[in-house]
Design a protein around this ligand. Structure first.
Ligand code: 6MZ
Length: 347
């Protein structure tokens, strides 16, 4: 007898490669945080976009500001990071690359260094508790903060890449895509690449970034976040597609995030279809599971129902995500074994 769809997707072992820490905070954790700061008067609609609701991308970025107010001290970062890791594990995620922008908060004594160390502490704590998930960290650059901060962030990331026992594996470029230009950040990104940090860059999340995308593809990055407007059917270009294909750069695709943030009009118009049909490596991800009220099982299920993927195709999709992780080959081998073990149990 075939197992129920919901159980199938939850039991499917999964890889999550595009998850922003503060966008991934669940409602339960937000409630705990709100109780600590009742003066902020946080309501549900301020931190999460419910079913059927949409916002502009600008409004989404306002939501992150509210969450940042709730999460501005060491203790809160530790709580948020451990809760998020455990929630991903409960959803059947076996390997997670979490990303977050180091922040300093004068009021609470938080420094960027302490920020990174606290996330690493959460990862180590979960490991000690034998939570069944391998977690790595990508240090994020918020493009709004400009070239100087980007360079400082790269130095911090490099330092922790060398001292964190393999937990820091790379760098993320994110933040409001309508602010700033990638050319200013190129030296920092180039430095990161030269010192061995893997690069995941948000590219063409909004239209009219063709020149920036072309420039940043010349690095080239190791993975692309979103890439919504890369292909010619949505105003991108064949030249950009060719560069992505020739360099075999995997795309991290976040269906609900793009639909709720209105950069994609509906699920069936999602660019997953274009890249999947091309046979190009695509990894289904959540982006901000708290803000967009989703989880990775649901995202796989939505991709399957929208694009008529068989269970076998879904299984292959989750398995192929292993090839795109930033951790070394030995970790990929362990994960492949894990997938094989689960497959032999269910069949
Ligand atoms: C671009 C995004 C994003 O870093 O404080 N972020 N950047 N596009 C998106 N699409 C919706 N979603 C999240 O997590 C929140 C930060 O992640 C980035 C933004 O910089 C946001 O402030 P952290 O853990």
């Amino acid at each position: 007898m075939e197992i129920e769809a919901e159980d199938f997707y939850r039991q499917l072992p999964k890889v999550e490669l595009h998850a922003h820490l503060n966008g991934s905070v669940s409602f339960q954790t937000i409630e705990k945080l709100s109780r600590r700061k009742p003066h902020l008067n946080i309501e549900r609609s301020m931190t999460a976009i419910g079913k059927g609701q949409r916002r502009s991308l600008d409004e989404c970025f306002e939501v992150f500001k509210v969450i940042h107010q709730l999460v501005d001290a060491e203790e809160e970062i530790l709580m948020v990071a451990t809760d998020v890791i455990k929630e991903f594990a409960a959803d059947g995620v076996k390997y997670l690359e979490l990303r977050s922008t180091p922040r300093e908060e004068k009021n609470t004594g938080l420094t960027k260094r302490l920020y990174v160390e606290t996330i690493l502490k959460a990862i180590q704590q979960c490991k000690k508790e034998e939570v069944d998930i391998d977690v790595r960290f990508l240090v994020a650059i918020d493009r709004r903060n400009g070239a100087e901060v980007a360079m400082e962030t790269v130095k911090l990331a490099e330092e922790y890449m060398l001292s964190s026992d393999g937990l820091v594996v790379g760098l993320d470029l994110s933040g409001d895509p309508t602010v700033g230009h990638g050319k200013d950040l190129l030296p920092a990104l180039q430095k990161a690449k030269n010192c061995g940090l893997k690069l995941s860059l948000h590219l063409s999340e909004v239209p009219s970034q063709l020149e920036e995308t072309d420039l940043l593809l010349s690095l080239p990055p190791d993975r692309i976040g979103h890439g919504t407007f890369l292909h010619p059917e949505v105003g991108g270009s064949q030249n950009l597609v060719d560069k992505v294909v020739q360099n075999n750069i995997p795309l991290e695709l976040c269906l609900t995030s793009n639909v709720k943030g209105q950069t994609v009009p509906c699920y069936s118009n999602h660019h997953f279809k274009y890249w999947y049909q091309l046979g190009h490596p695509c990894v289904i991800c959540t982006d901000d599971k708290g803000v967009f009220s989703t989880d990775l099982s649901q995202e796989y299920q939505l991709a399957a129902s929208t694009f008529s993927l068989s269970r076998e195709a879904v299984w292959t999709l989750s398995q192929q995500a292993i090839d795109c992780i930033f951790a070394p080959d030995a970790v990929k081998q362990q994960l492949r074994q894990k997938w094989a073990d689960v497959q032999s149990q269910v069949s």
